[in-house]
Ligand binder design. Structure first.
Ligand SMILES: NC(=O)c1ccc[n+]([C@@H]2O[C@H](COP(=O)([O-])OP(=O)(O)OC[C@H]3O[C@@H](n4cnc5c(N)ncnc54)[C@H](OP(=O)(O)O)[C@@H]3O)[C@@H](O)[C@H]2O)c1
Length: 294
């Protein structure tokens, strides 16, 4: 049984390819060169090569700030790509799981965001992902839009990796403390995605629609940085002073939501998936970055 995972070299793609799947499941996780979502021909070839029991779109243009000036590139990967995948999976009724983001919301809501809350992206990245959501929703009825947030892992570029690198170079780091969200392990997200995919493959009546997956609890970027450094200090990792600053003190090309907290109640109700606390997930990630003894 073949499952296609796009964006095989991204944080989520790596975890999906590395995790234990049931016997008989074959994961195909092509690189961007092997499957370019912005090319209709490339997508067509991937589906001509074999048939898939499910498709997981973990690929995306994720450079949030650069997207403000690379609008075409962001929309090509994040909107056209999902549209091509929806078209390729629709006629065969193949389940399609589209990963999306908290950046479809503007962050002005008090409390956690439920799936049905009206979207209002603040920037190009969020708008392009929202367009991808629409393309999948309307293009393939057997689809799930799974929004996540603040993705972290021991791979590639993400907030924890950046903090640990900067912390080793600088004695004082100034980190934004007025944006709240749910740090989310790419490995935990991969486990949730696999459970959803297997259920959709097994059960033609499995739920479809919009869902959220984030680890439990919430914090600020500053809170996450301090927690990661406290863990790293246990193996003599970097321990800079972390100063709390406001978003206004750290201007970026793209505006970011002040509140990124997502409700996972619907996922628990429909799929029985209950995320663990973000602190436990971050402990695992920082633990993997501990240098080998000797
Ligand atoms: N990172 C976050 O904090 C965050 C938060 C909320 C939601 N999300 C969503 O979660 C999903 C996974 O994110 P991630 O952090 O794993 O992303 P990531 O590490 O940036 O990886 C994205 C992957 O997509 C690939 N890609 C980009 N354009 C492509 C194209 N045109 N065709 C094929 N592949 C392409 C990239 O290829 P290269 O390896 O060549 O760059 C990379 O392998 C995405 O949908 C993202 O929008 C992420």
């Amino acid at each position: 049984m073949n499952i296609l995972v796009t964006g095989g070299q991204g944080q989520l793609g790596i975890e999906l390819a590395a995790m234990a799947w049931p016997a008989g499941v074959q994961i195909h996780a092509p690189t961007r060169t092997e499957l370019d979502l912005t090319s209709a021909e490339s997508v067509r070839s991937a589906f001509a090569a074999r048939s898939y029991a499910a498709v997981i779109n973990a690929a995306a243009y994720t450079a949030v700030d650069r997207a403000e000036s690379e609008i075409g590139a962001a929309f090509a990967a994040n909107a056209l790509g999902p549209a091509l995948l929806a078209e390729a999976t629709k006629t065969t009724g193949t389940p399609l799981i589209q990963i999306s983001t908290d950046y479809v919301f503007d962050g002005s809501k008090q409390g956690v965001y439920e799936e049905e809350y009206p979207v209002k992206p603040l920037g190009v990245y969020g708008a392009s992902k929202e367009a991808g959501e629409q393309a999948v929703r309307t293009g393939n009825p057997r689809s799930i839009i799974l929004r996540t947030a603040w993705l972290v892992s021991p791979h590639r570029r993400n907030f924890i990796m950046t903090m640990l690198r900067l912390g080793a170079e600088q004695p004082v780091l100034r980190v934004v403390d007025d944006q709240r969200g749910c740090p989310t392990s790419a490995a935990d997200l991969a486990a949730a995605v696999s459970a959803i995919a297997l259920r959709m493959i097994d059960d033609p009546a499995a739920p479809t629609g919009d869902y959220h997956f984030v680890n439990a609890g919430d914090t600020t970027w500053c809170g996450l940085a301090r927690y990661a450094f406290a863990l790293a200090a246990e193996f003599s990792g970097p321990s800079p002073i972390v100063e709390a600053i406001t978003t206004a003190e750290f201007p970026t090309p793209a505006r970011r939501p002040a509140n990124s907290r997502l409700s996972t109640a619907k996922l628990a109700r429909d799929f029985g998936i209950a995320p663990r606390p973000w602190q436990d997930a971050v402990k695992d990630i920082v633990g993997k970055l501990r240098p080998a003894p000797g």
